[in-house]
Ligand binder design. Structure first.
Ligand SMILES: NC(=O)c1ccc[n+]([C@@H]2O[C@H](COP(=O)([O-])OP(=O)(O)OC[C@H]3O[C@@H](n4cnc5c(N)ncnc54)[C@H](OP(=O)(O)O)[C@@H]3O)[C@@H](O)[C@H]2O)c1
Length: 264
């Protein structure tokens, strides 16, 4: 693909690990200037130093908690303007997925998880859209999750957040299509990242089983014989961000290896 993104400036939230890191790494390798966002400054600095060693001057970082909205989103965009320039790409990827159940989950967990992922993605999207509309160019990809289509009793909050993101991002895509700006949701199923390990630990604690057995059972359910890696999901995201996907917007793309059971 060469330097497909050399005229792009990207913000990647959740850029220090997992799927966000894979996307940031690929974008920089293909010529983009990228601002990585997460909470922990040390991890961000390590990643950005690594990128700049290979691709000097292309990577920057900003540490903030996406649960602090809309202030964090506004600060990220201001920092982007001072470093990478006007953003043309945004990956919303900062978040997690709490293993719990709907009735017993503390109210504060419902609120906190919505603050980080639902309001975090929405605040970042609202903060960058005017800049993209002004340029008549831009792509926003949201890492949502298959639980938005297949609500999961062990992921009640993530199921609700992902469903809500499917609704609001469709509406926003309608609002900005005339400006040449696209918005697409990507639905990973279980993906081999630190988050999968965290979810397996929480599941094991609740069931009394071992983490190894929980992970084994998750992997055994993968229709393609293995779960996707972060790089597998990132490859699809890079395609969706590219001009080759110029007519994909206002929809969601599943990258779950066939786990979703519905026909749509
Ligand atoms: N992996 C899966 O199985 C899977 C499946 C479906 C959907 N997803 C979704 O995909 C997204 C990325 O998942 P992943 O597997 O790549 O996760 P991950 O490996 O745990 O990485 C999460 C990233 O988000 C950052 N982050 C977390 N909370 C944050 C906050 N409050 N403010 C700012 N940054 C924050 C983390 O850095 P810090 O900790 O330093 O903040 C890290 O960079 C999430 O929204 C997740 O729900 C993942």
């Amino acid at each position: 693909m060469g330097q497909e993104f050399e005229s792009d400036r990207a913000i990647v939230t959740g850029g220090s690990r997992g799927i966000g890191w894979s996307v940031a790494e690929e974008l920089v390798a293909q010529g983009a200037r990228v601002l990585l966002v997460a909470r922990h400054q040390d991890a961000l600095k390590t990643r950005v130093d690594e990128l700049n060693r290979r691709f000097p001057g292309q990577a920057f970082f900003y540490a903030c908690d996406m649960g602090n909205q809309p202030a964090c989103a506004q600060a990220v965009v201001q920092y982007a303007l001072n470093t990478i320039g006007q953003p043309t790409l945004l990956l919303n990827g900062a978040g997690g997925a709490s293993i719990t159940n709907a009735l017993d989950a503390p109210w504060s967990l419902w609120v906190d998880d919505f603050q980080v992922k639902f309001f975090g993605y929405l605040a970042m999207t609202r903060a960058v859209l005017p800049l993209m509309m002004q340029q008549r160019k831009g792509v926003i990809v949201n890492l949502v999750g298959i639980a938005g289509k297949d609500p999961n009793r062990n992921l009640p909050i993530a199921s609700a957040i992902n469903g809500a993101l499917n609704g609001v991002m469709k509406v926003l895509a309608d609002d900005v299509s005339a400006y040449g700006v696209r918005i697409i949701n990507v639905n990973p199923g279980a993906t081999e990242t630190d988050l999968l390990e965290t979810m397996a630990q929480a599941t094991a604690k609740r069931s009394g089983d071992s983490v190894e057995n929980v992970l084994k059972a998750m992997r055994a359910r993968a229709p393609l014989g293995r779960l996707p890696s972060a790089a597998d999901v990132a490859g699809v995201i890079l395609f969706l961000m590219s001009h080759r996907a110029a007519f994909i917007t206002g929809t969601s793309v599943d990258v779950d290896g066939g786990i979703h059971r519905g026909a749509f």
